[in-house]
Design a protein around this ligand. Structure first.
Ligand SMILES: Cc1ncc(COP(=O)(O)O)c(C=O)c1O
Length: 471
């Protein structure tokens, strides 16, 4: 009998959470249930998800930035169908296929003039791991510097550069010599660089965990210090790259010319995992220095034809639909609309970010009633306030968002780059209403409490059901 996906989805419909609890990450199942986010999504289109009850959700996470073009883009679907129908000879390995060459050419053309070559791989972390190896090979030095609160992935090398201790805890010793620099601290950076053993400083041009920025002058001083010390600047554009912040790369906002660039997420078209590390010919030749070393850095799926087609089609759609320009324009709309709320709502402190990468930061209010509510919430867990908004945003308004990081009262918005004013209005109106409620009374807090209690109950019930099934 042949494989029938539609039938499989129909006959096993509704088993998602039980299967995850039994065979995958059991804690994630608990988190999703506790928040009451346990929906059975059936379809995704553009900026929206649809569940099995026909309810529509505005997706402000876009798979952590993967769905730049929204979901199920017709041109992307057609491109992948064409690739499959063509029976492309995939991953011959002892060969140099056309499509990786074409995608590399496209990416190099869209980068600054010091970027000449591309290495393809499968995930953001793997691109970062590649960058670390190339930086070490090229400089003959070991040490890598990274920013506090940085996020570069969770493989062991990338994890060593994670600026949040909670991610590292429990995984033993990591890359020796990895050194944390307080965000934008030029003195500490200069001191570390003067030791003369630093291979590279890896940075996110706009930091994802909290959406933090430095000004252009500071960035250029960082670049100058790094280069003066003979080290390399790696810009990790896995999240910020490909138009997310309103320019093709986020470092363009600050006039930087990084030695190495990492990209991933959006390049996939939302379908095929793909990532790339880009840098100069000189840096590439320090790794691939002889024919004997032609495979010294590689990965089986590097030139996967479907991934290359996804990348090429993504860039083609970017051009045809002016996706980067649109993201830049929407950044202005976000700031204008959310800026009005900052004026009106005492819980809302600041709006950060650019393009379609927006951080909405909350802080203690001034009026007495609101202050008491804030204190009560924050006493349960630091930065709990933003969570009390994320839950009703989903349940009341059908908007999927997430808190930017542990211990920061920031909601991070990463909508598809194609999201327009209708989607911005939907979020802003919902937030406006919710913050109004939070300032007036505790009713929104009750709503949050009830949702969490129901979630906890569902969790316990399904826990006892799976225990009964296992016994
Ligand atoms: C800046 C940055 N670098 C690296 C990564 C890791 O990418 P991946 O999850 O594909 O390994 C991420 C993931 O969110 C990221 O935001």
């Amino acid at each position: 009998m042949s494989f029938n996906l539609a039938q499989l989805l129909e006959t096993r419909h509704g088993e998602n959470f039980q299967l995850h609890a039994q065979y995958l990450n059991p804690q994630l199942t608990k988190v999703v249930k506790t928040l009451g986010f346990d929906r059975f999504y059936e379809r995704g289109e553009g900026c929206y998800l649809f569940d099995d009850e026909g309810r529509r959700y505005l997706d402000m996470l876009s798979g952590f930035g993967v769905f730049a073009l929204g979901r199920s883009h017709p041109v992307m679907k057609d491109a992948l169908r064409q690739a499959i129908e063509a029976d492309l000879p995939n991953m011959i390995q002892m060969d140099c296929a056309l499509l990786p060459g074409l995608l590399a050419e496209q990416l190099v053309t869209r980068s600054h003039d010091g970027i000449e070559r591309a290495f393809f791989c499968n995930s953001g972390s793997e691109a970062v791991e590649s960058a670390l190896k190339f930086a070490r090979a090229s400089t003959g030095r070991d040490r890598i510097l990274y920013h506090a609160h940085a996020f570069h992935g969770l493989t062991t090398g990338a994890l060593a550069l994670n600026g949040s201790p909670e991610f590292k805890s429990g995984f033993g010793s990591l890359l020796p010599g990895a050194t944390e620099i307080a965000f934008g601290d030029l003195d500490v950076l200069g001191r570390e660089l003067r030791r003369g053993d630093v291979a590279a400083f890896i940075v996110e041009p706009i930091q994802g965990k909290g959406v933090y920025e430095l000004d252009a002058e500071r960035w250029r001083e960082i670049e100058r210090l790094v280069h003066e010390a003979g080290a390399l600047l790696i810009c990790d554009e896995v999240q910020t790259g490909l138009g997310r912040t309103g320019s093709f790369y986020a470092f363009e906002h600050y006039g930087l010319k990084p030695d190495i660039i990492t990209i991933s997420k959006a390049l996939s078209g939302g379908y095929v995992p793909v990532a790339a590390m880009l840098s100069s010919d000189k840096i590439f030749r320090s790794v691939f220095s002889s024919m004997d070393r032609a495979m010294v850095h590689s990965t089986t799926f590097k030139g996967n034809q479907l991934a290359m087609v996804a990348g090429l089609a993504t860039l083609s759609i970017f051009d045809d639909e002016h996706v980067v320009e649109h993201a830049a324009a929407m950044g202005d709309v976000w700031h204008a609309r959310l800026g009005e709320l900052v004026e009106r709502h005492e819980f809302l402190y600041e709006v950060r970010g650019r393009g379609q990468m927006i951080g909405v930061a909350f802080g203690p209010p001034t009026s007495l009633g609101a202050k008491l509510r804030w204190r009560a919430i924050e006493a349960t867990r630091p930065a709990m306030f933003s969570q009390t908004l994320v839950v009703p945003l989903f349940h009341r308004y059908g908007i999927l968002t997430q808190v930017a990081a542990d211990n920061v009262n920031v909601i991070k918005l990463l909508p598809p780059l194609i999201a327009g004013e209708a989607e911005i209005d939907m979020f802003v109106n919902a937030l406006d209403e919710l913050l109004g409620d939070a300032e007036r009374s505790s009713s929104w807090l009750m709503e949050f409490g009830v949702t969490m209690a129901k979630g906890a109950l569902k969790r316990t019930r399904s826990g006892s059901a799976s225990a009964a099934a296992a016994s």
